[in-house]
Design a protein around this ligand. Structure first.
Ligand SMILES: Nc1ncnc2c1ncn2[C@@H]1O[C@H](COP(=O)(O)OP(=O)(O)OP(=O)(O)O)[C@@H](O)[C@H]1O
Ligand SMILES: [Mg+2]
Length: 408
């Protein structure tokens, strides 16, 4: 009978000063696997070791090996916990003294759902770039120094979002004044309204290392996030979580804990109940507010008490975004594309997502002025995909637009 368990594909890596025989490294990987699955932990798990790959660098070489873990029988309910434990042992064993200051590191864990393939969209990828203390600057974050840059610079290139940015600054300043009074914040609004761009701005405002970013692709990252927070020497003062409403409830349990007064992350490890107190400001983005309100039986949304809405840009702001894009093109770009783009994409097609408007502008270029691009667009587009276009008749675009903009 085929099993229903996901595969966990672990990318192991170690940098070495002098190259040994591949067999030596292979034996080390075997040792990691053996420790990870010892004491009955791996009894119902199948482990496949991939080929070793050695890459020569300047001064150092990197040894890499992929190991796949998959539970093959037993109860589905315990899979996640067992995997957590196996992964923890794997990571800890990599740091044992025999590897000295050059540990075997888990660089990435890709969870491939049952029935899917490695590399498919539904894979959950967790990267561990800064998990290993040796690579982390050993200094505590100074919450007092949270804000280091002027907002003008950090949010440059974003237009019409001044009220949103103002509210985020107020929020950050409160956290800077007194971390214990911080208010978790949610940025919500339709796709392309600038939420992620503002996240980027916040990162440049407070410096990269002050922010732990959790991306949408790492959806089932609960375990990994817990790991990160437990193992990180330094807790970043800000955690950014993208598209939080798309995560499963159990995936967000850890967040409930840290965003209430207890500020704790709990985890069962080595038969001990580990508790770590953490204090950070959580910022998240949400497309679908109704969905967010349902998450964790509504508990989560009340933890994010500060809610800032991002509407789609107006026609004028869209023009400014286009101008920015065109300027980026340098001598290849022309501001003459802007008005025809707005007329076609914004007025005619009814598009308000800057990504889509941008695509039309940059692909159409000068041919938007002559309407050659629009003509080809009509021939290659299903009008049903443009529900906000008001210039349709019997399900078809009103192509007289090619001569003149039709009256409504
Ligand atoms: N007000 C704005 N000023 C300048 N650029 C903007 C603005 N709003 C959106 N953009 C541009 O539109 C693109 C999409 O923005 P962004 O990724 O920040 O949207 P988002 O709200 O995170 O969308 P999603 O919900 O799909 O993740 C980016 O290239 C961004 O620069
Ligand atoms: Mg986004």
């Amino acid at each position: 009978m085929p099993n229903k368990f996901p595969k966990h594909v672990v990318a192991l890596e170690r940098s070495v000063r002098r190259r040994s025989l591949n067999d030596v490294y292979a034996a080390q990987v075997d040792y990691l696997i053996q420790r990870a699955t010892a004491a009955g932990r791996g009894d119902t798990w199948e482990v496949t070791k991939g080929k070793l790959k050695v890459t020569k660098g300047s001064g150092r070489s990197t040894v890499a090996c992929t190991v796949t873990f998959q539970k093959v029988k037993g109860k589905a309910a315990v899979e996640e916990n067992q995997w957590d434990t196996i992964q923890t042992f794997l990571m800890d064993t990599g740091k044992v003294t025999q590897f000295g200051s050059l540990p075997w590191e888990v660089r990435q864990v890709t969870t491939v759902p049952h029935g899917s393939k490695l590399g498919s969209k539904d894979n959950a990828v967790v990267k561990y770039e800064d998990l290993y203390p040796a690579k982390i600057e050993e200094k505590e974050f100074d919450y007092g120094d949270l804000i280091i840059a002027s907002p003008e610079q950090a949010f440059k290139g974003l237009y019409g979002l001044d009220p949103q940015i103002y509210r985020i600054m107020q929020n950050l300043q409160l956290a800077q004044m007194d971390m214990s009074k911080r208010q978790h914040i949610v940025l919500y609004g339709p796709p392309g309204s600038g939420k992620s761009s503002v996240f980027d701005g916040v990162r440049s405002l407070v410096s990269e290392e002050s922010v732990l970013r959790i991306d949408a692709t790492a959806t089932t990252a609960a375990g990994a996030v817990k790991e990160l927070l437990e193992r990180r020497k330094v807790i970043p003062p800000i955690v950014q979580i993208e598209e939080i409403e798309k995560r499963g409830d159990t995936d967000l349990d850890w967040l409930l804990g840290v965003t209430d007064q207890r500020e704790e992350i709990r985890k069962m490890n080595f038969h001990v109940n580990n508790v770590r107190k953490v204090q950070f400001l959580a910022m998240c983005t949400v497309n679908d507010m109704d969905e967010f309100k349902k998450r964790c039986k509504g508990a989560l949304q009340s933890r994010f008490a500060d809610k800032v809405y991002f509407p789609h840009p107006s026609r004028e702001i869209m023009g400014m975004i286009l101008k920015r894009e065109i300027t980026d093109l340098g001598e290849h770009g022309s501001v003459e594309w802007i008005e025809p783009t707005l007329e076609f994409a914004y007025d005619f097609l009814g598009l308000s997502d800057p990504r889509e408007v941008k695509a039309i502008c940059l692909n159409g270029r000068g041919d938007l002025v002559t309407k050659k691009y629009q003509e080809a667009f009509f021939a290659t587009t299903n009008p049903d995909d443009y529900p906000d276009c008001r210039f349709k008749e019997n399900g078809k675009f009103r192509t007289e637009y090619l001569d003149n903009m039709p009256a409504l």
